[in-house]
Design a binder for this molecule. Structure first.
Ligand code: KG4
Ligand code: ZN
Length: 350
């Protein structure tokens, strides 16, 4: 089974061809970082226009690199949400056109399910597993019980983890995108120099909060006359250590719940762009090992936004006849677990 995947929900335009034996035949990603850098964050209108300009060419490249024609495909998968609605519309509409013209089944994929199932593409992880999804838009702990079957154990009450990295980078003048720059600066810094808070650490449950930590970094920076490179490195190290402590604490609580419900489960998967962070991965590996779980983190290219994970989710859905009609709607919000209790706090992430 061979599926073409399309991803356009944020600031990466991506197309990939994946086969059901886990072979990624092609995986093409065009980052829009240069288009958004001057604004310090993603501008939805610019993103949507860039997707329109580049998607056709990227699909052509993905097909050529995979060495397949449309007749070789068994289906088309596209991200149908959650995300920036203009971009989602571009990708989903393109997928519908290809599906209609070539008479192929369409899979309207939840972007978060793409991240969630990526470890099954790379590492053949079996259900059920515990998932920590940490990206620019999301910060959630979920049990993954099957395709389309998720239970949310916790989510953020305000910023997502990646958003906190990006905002911290911005306020320290490190530029965009922030995560990799904060990680690089933190590697040179002294994490103990600034006393930063660990929001919600030690509290019951598995929810997250990062906005207070970001504010504490801002106040610590404002208290210094001028920011030297060493100050920036130390603030980044302190910030990253605080994020690591919070992720470890919340994940430990989630492991307890996962163990109660699924005693046979033995894997913690970390996915999403923030999972590219080596220090956080190392800390989560310790947390998993302490409870007898194995940490699986997909390779970096599968952690940040990509279309291979969307094609793979499409394969898993097609295998279960979970296809969608050409009337499938793009969705700005689309929670993986619609039955999860609502969170209270400054904002709710889908
Ligand atoms: O999954 P992703 O590519 O896009 C979303 O769906 O959000 O995640 C992007 C996020 C950004 O916030 C970026 O700063 C963060 O992942 N990120 C990192 C690192 N690399 C990317 N955060 C911390 N450390 C990194 N090395
Ligand atoms: Zn993502």
């Amino acid at each position: 089974m061979i599926v073409l995947g399309i991803e356009t929900s944020c600031d990466e335009t991506a197309a990939a061809v994946v086969r059901d034996d886990h072979a990624v035949l092609s995986d093409v990603v065009r980052s829009q970082d240069d288009d958004h850098r001057v604004y310090g964050g993603v501008v939805p209108e610019i993103a949507a226009r860039a997707h329109i300009s580049h998607l056709d060419g990227l699909i052509r490249r993905a097909m050529v690199e995979a060495g397949v024609g449309f007749d070789d495909l068994d289906g088309i998968a596209a991200t149908a949400g959650p995300g920036l609605i203009g971009g989602v519309m571009v990708g989903l509409t393109t997928a519908k056109a290809i599906a209609a013209f070539h008479g192929l089944p369409l899979m309207a994929v939840n972007h978060l399910e793409g991240h969630a199932l990526s470890a099954r593409l790379s590492d053949q992880v079996t259900f059920p597993y515990l998932l920590l999804l940490i990206s620019g838009g999301h910060c959630q702990l979920l049990t993954v019980e099957g395709v389309g079957r998720f239970s949310r154990l916790g989510t953020t009450t305000d910023d997502a983890a990646g958003e906190a990295f990006d905002k911290t980078a911005k306020l320290l003048g490190l530029g965009y995108p922030g995560g990799p720059r904060v990680e690089a600066a933190a590697a040179q810094g002294d994490a103990a120099r600034f006393a930063l808070p660990r929001p919600l650490k030690g509290r019951a449950g598995c929810d997250f909060s990062f906005s207070g930590l970001k504010t504490a970094v801002r106040q610590a920076a404002a208290a210094l006359d001028t920011l030297t490179p060493q100050d920036v490195d130390d603030l980044c190290a302190g910030f990253q250590a605080a994020v690591a402590d919070v992720l470890a604490d919340r994940t430990r609580h989630a492991i307890e719940r996962f163990r109660d419900r699924w005693p046979e489960g033995d894997t913690l998967v970390v996915a999403g762009g923030v999972a590219a962070n080596g220090a956080l991965r190392a800390r989560l590996a310790e947390v998993a090992a302490a409870d007898g779980l194995t940490l699986v983190a997909p390779p970096l290219g599968l952690c940040t936004d990509n279309a291979a994970m969307i094609a793979w989710a499409g394969i898993e859905r097609l295998q279960q006849d979970l296809t969608d009609g050409l009337d499938a709607s793009p969705r700005a919000r689309w929670p993986l677990d619609p039955d999860a209790p609502p969170v209270t706090g400054a904002g709710i992430k889908a």
